[in-house]
Design a protein around this ligand. Structure first.
Ligand code: AR6
Length: 181
């Protein structure tokens, strides 16, 4: 597991995750950046998928991206936390990991889903992201390389802290599970 500050569209991994909306036809934020970098063929494939429910995830090719594939997921809009947001966000990460495992991907990179336009509090979202990915990785032994790609220093700090705490807890078991820059 590693935490980086960077642009997810530049990562050469098996799959990057897109924080999309239910239409899957593009938008702002990381979604807009991914569609722009992948090229117009992406929206054609997305159209054939007929949308995606909140908490679900769907796979497309990566087209002009360095990443081979894109896993599109739809995070919840933050409405105060009592409208099932934590479960839905957890489901996003779980579904993305399930697809990665099914496809035998060795590397996957996540943006901080829902923490931009959808306004999910960064610390709460980070806890869920790291917890679910770690659980899935422990359970399935894959994908071996998980990157949390933060785009802002606030999220970077949040993820570094959460991963550091988890690393401390696991130090005696496996020192090589985590890395960070
Ligand atoms: N690389 C990595 N992270 C990025 C990038 C990038 N190039 N650009 C933005 N981020 P957001 P959401 C970060 O708003 O909150 C879209 O319009 C950003 O700083 O992209 O899930 C969709 O179509 C933030 O930390 O996604 C939906 O309508 C994180 O990515 C809606 O936004 C997520 O921010 C989804 O909202």
């Amino acid at each position: 597991m590693q935490v980086i500050l960077g642009n997810i569209t530049q990562l050469k991994v098996d799959a990057i995750v897109n924080a999309a909306n239910t239409s899957l036809l593009g938008g702002g934020g990381v979604d807009g950046a991914i569609h722009k970098a992948a090229g117009p063929e992406l929206v054609d494939e997305c159209r054939s998928l007929r949308g995606c429910k909140t908490g679900d995830a769907k796979l497309t090719k990566g087209y002009r991206l360095p990443a081979r594939f894109i896993i599109h997921t739809v995070g919840p809009v933050w409405q105060g936390g009592d409208c099932g947001e934590p479960e839905l966000l957890a489901q996003c990460y779980r579904k993305c990991m399930e697809i990665a495992i099914e496809q035998k991907f060795e590397s996957i990179a996540f943006p901080c889903i829902s923490t931009g336009i959808y306004k999910y509090p960064k610390d709460l979202a980070g806890e869920i992201a790291v917890k679910i990915c770690y659980e899935q990785m422990q359970k399935n032994g894959a994908p071996q390389n998980i990157t949390f790609c933060c785009f802002d220093w606030d999220n970077h700090e949040v993820y570094e802290r959460i991963v550091a705490v988890l690393r401390l807890k696991n130090d005696s078991q496996d020192e090589n599970v985590f890395s960070s820059d």
